[in-house]
Design a protein around this ligand. Structure first.
Ligand SMILES: Cc1cc2nc3c(=O)[nH]c(=O)nc-3n(C[C@H](O)[C@H](O)[C@H](O)COP(=O)(O)OP(=O)(O)OC[C@H]3O[C@@H](n4cnc5c(N)ncnc54)[C@H](O)[C@@H]3O)c2cc1C
Ligand code: FES
Length: 382
């Protein structure tokens, strides 16, 4: 039987017409499908209204601007799909008790709805650290960047040696379980190990039980010292992995981690920050030290909340707000994620961002407050 001309099939037409997603110009994504992964995790399949191809590195994320209750709220979500399937992007979201955005997504976002997104961005990707052998370690919803990497290697069929160790509360909480087990069954170069803290109501866990430990790691992936390691999960999980790897004599230059909570800095960074603060204080008290140059201060007014603060010219607006006890939305604090994006309705700032804002947004008077220092008095729409 003769096959129908490709141009008549909507899927074939989409593939033929798709042009590259342009992060500067494109920002609208339509929700195509919602998939229930576990009892508290859903995947949202998204694509632009016009056919687009998405190029990104597995592990990268998008920053979304959601309209919730009359407010624009920004949140980052890792792309859980693989760039080897470039015609749609998926995000996989865990419902966080009391969390405004994850609950809104679970309860409200449905096929046909639109959202706005910036990106892809982020540096947490296996593409930046080529290796023959990988160890992917994830806890809870930290599975998403690992899934993007695992799916990519699986699709490419290069036989890359990947060991994936995922920690979950119970077997019912293992996200992507069916797909991961299928990949492990089909691909001898891909090995899956799940570690569960306890049993599910209808399944007794027979695999490694408890939290991930050095003993479990040694038993499941005996050659872990030879692997490039990627880690994502809750802060205590990532801290435990760092300790485990250091104790085992792992070369930490081959350890890469991503936090879903940029606010939770690693212990080493916190210690370095405290040390720098102490050094600055000691310098300030040194009678021999030359007098510090006078620092100008600007007035910053938050129009909606009617709060006002003084911001030194060498401080970011976000830091000055924190010191004044004003809570502003923020996540990465380094100009990357876009969470702190705000409209500056009057005044000027010096901004050094890392990709979290588009040129046309800057032209429209938007700024990232985490990396913007005032160069005049400001009025901010917050
Ligand atoms: C780079 C990056 C990538 C991310 N990728 C994903 C992803 O792929 N999937 C995903 O579900 N989330 C991801 N997140 C987290 C996401 O941005 C939101 O923080 C999360 O959905 C909670 O938002 P909320 O508004 O519901 O709750 P919030 O008010 O933001 O958070 C409520 C509380 O829950 C904690 N919390 C936040 N996220 C989690 C979580 N996933 N598990 C347990 N506790 C949490 C917060 O620290 C806070 O104390 C990512 C974050 C970053 C920075
Ligand atoms: S907090 Fe991430 S860009 Fe400002």
């Amino acid at each position: 039987m003769a096959s129908a001309p490709a141009s008549l099939d909507p899927a074939a037409a989409l593939l033929a017409a798709a042009t590259a997603w342009d992060a500067e110009a494109d920002d609208t994504l339509v929700c195509l499908a919602v998939r229930q992964e576990t009892h508290d995790v859903k995947t949202f399949v998204l694509a632009a209204p016009e056919p687009r191809r998405y190029a990104y590195a597995p592990g990268q994320f998008l920053t979304f601007a959601f309209e919730i209750g009359g407010e624009t709220v920004h949140r980052c979500y890792t792309i859980s799909s693989a760039p080897t399937r470039p015609y749609a992007v998926s995000i996989t979201v865990k419902r966080v008790p009391g969390g405004p955005v994850s609950n809104w997504l679970h309860d409200t976002l449905k096929a046909g709805d639109t959202v706005r997104a910036l990106g892809p961005m982020g540096e947490f990707t296996c593409f930046a650290h080529p290796a023959q052998k990988y160890l992917l370690l994830s806890g809870g919803s930290g599975v998403t960047p690992m899934m993007a990497m695992a799916r990519t290697f699986h699709d490419l069929g290069q036989g890359r040696d990947v060991a994936f160790v995922h920690s979950a509360r119970t077997p019912a909480d293992i996200v992507f379980r069916g797909e991961l087990e299928t990949m492990a069954r089909l691909d001898p170069a891909f090995r899956l190990h799940a570690v569960c803290e306890g049993d599910a109501p209808d399944e007794t866990w027979t695999g490694p039980k408890g939290r991930l430990s050095l003993a479990i790691l040694r038993e499941t992936v005996p050659d872990f010292l030879e692997r490039e390691v990627f880690v994502c999960g809750p802060a205590p999980y990532m801290a435990a992995v760092r300790t485990m790897l250091s104790e085992a004599g792992f070369d930490m230059a081959r350890h890469h981690e991503e936090s879903f909570d940029f606010g939770a800095l690693p212990e080493a960074d916190r210690a370095a920050a405290a040390e720098a603060e102490q050094a600055l204080e000691a310098e300030a008290q040194d009678p021999q030290a030359p007098p510090a140059p006078a620092v100008r201060t600007f007035r910053v007014e938050f129009a909606k909340t009617r709060r006002v603060l003084d911001c030194p010219e060498d401080s970011t607006v976000l830091d000055a707000a924190r010191k004044a006890g004003i809570r502003l939305p923020s996540s990465c604090a380094k100009g990357l994620c876009g969470t702190c994006k705000s409209k500056v309705t009057s005044g000027t700032v010096a901004m050094t961002h890392a990709g979290g804002i588009r040129q046309r947004e800057i032209d429209a008077g938007m700024a990232l407050l985490c990396c913007s220092k005032p160069t005049s008095d400001l009025v901010v729409e917050r």
